[in-house]
Design a protein around this ligand. Structure first.
Ligand SMILES: C[S@@+](CC[C@H](N)C(=O)[O-])C[C@H]1O[C@@H](n2cnc3c(N)ncnc32)[C@H](O)[C@@H]1O
Length: 153
């Protein structure tokens, strides 16, 4: 089961659907209810949830979701206050399976700003095995962050 955060018009949703087995469950969370409704109409093979990703643990509990194999987020991290990012990252850690994978993007340009570097530090401190790649073909080149949920103490 894969959870996508910030699904928007669905380009990542489509890539996930194309890349995963038909029986794999995809939950796509989008805060804009109009975008969420349009995506659900376009993609009946995905469960679209119109909600704030900050409520992820509650959304998962209300739906009785199993621990997620992966959380893929294209949220606008660099525009968010550190405390808000902390809430979102904590929620992702809560819903991820112990060996689950967290994947997200950060534009390379935002690394020139304190906010982008701060986000990188937050991910590094919360998740384990952080790996960095670059998506040159993203509309502005982006850093791809891939990490694993920390093992419980
Ligand atoms: C950068 S766009 C990415 C959209 C799409 N995934 C893509 O790759 O084109 C960010 C999306 O996250 C949504 N978003 C922003 N904050 C959110 C939140 N707290 N919870 C869920 N979605 C959010 C926005 O409405 C927007 O659709």
């Amino acid at each position: 089961m894969v959870i996508e955060l910030g699904a928007g018009t669905g380009p990542v949703t489509q890539a996930l659907r194309d890349g995963l087995m038909a029986e794999s469950r995809i939950i796509a969370v989008e805060v804009d209810r109009h975008l969420a409704a349009a995506l659900q109409a376009q993609r009946p093979d995905v469960e679209v949830v119109a909600a704030d990703s900050a409520l992820l643990p509650q959304l998962a509990a209300a739906r009785g979701l199993p621990p997620a194999d992966a959380v893929v987020a294209t949220l606008p991290w660099a525009l968010l206050a550190p405390a808000r990012r902390e809430v979102l990252l904590t929620g992702i850690g809560v819903v991820l399976a112990r060996d689950g994978t967290f994947v997200t993007l950060l534009t390379l340009a935002s690394l020139c700003r304190r906010t982008g570097r701060g986000f990188l530090r937050q991910v590094r401190s919360r998740f384990r095995d952080l790996r960095l790649g670059i998506a040159w073909r993203h509309i502005t080149p982006a850093l791809v962050l891939t990490a694993h949920a920390p093992s419980p103490p």
